[in-house]
Design a protein. Structure first.
Length: 146
């Protein structure tokens, strides 16, 4: 019986060690986990200012996932799902995200905007959405990690 318990503990520790991968925070590191490196707009870019654009780097998944799977994907590469304030600084009032303008994929962001709903970036209009017809559990979008 003790052999099985010891074997179980070894498997548990080995599984946790393998599951936690911290990628170098570089374009190459992001691409090594099948992601796309994205650099947000900076304050000097057209249509931006220091309040709405921060020039931060992100790793975006190359596959669409539901919000929960995306949350886990970011953790599995040693990162966190990008929060709204980092991805779209000071965008709550306007709902417009100048920082990510020009990206062509819907992207899940961290943050609860309503009961059971999460923020999603809509590329066509550069908006932050909290929409009951686009739910974290059933809909898929790309994942933005910071």
């Amino acid at each position: 019986m003790h052999k099985f318990a010891l074997f179980g503990i070894i498997l548990l520790v080995a599984g946790q060690t393998l599951a936690e991968t911290t990628i170098p925070w570089t374009k190459e590191g992001c691409e090594s986990v099948k992601g796309t490196w994205i650099t947000a707009h900076s304050a000097t870019d057209e249509g931006c200012d220091s309040i709405h654009c921060n020039g931060k780097n992100f790793c975006r998944s190359n596959v669409e996932l539901n919000w929960w799977s995306g949350f886990i994907w970011c953790q599995s590469i040693g990162r966190e799902l990008a929060d709204v304030e980092t991805a779209c600084p000071n965008s709550f009032a306007s709902g417009f995200c100048a920082n990510l303008k020009g990206n062509n994929q819907w992207m899940w962001l961290d943050g609860v905007c309503a009961s059971g709903l999460a923020y999603v970036f809509r590329p066509k209009t550069n908006e932050l959405l909290c929409n009951s017809s686009y739910t974290p559990r059933s809909n898929k979008a790309y994942i933005l990690c910071k």
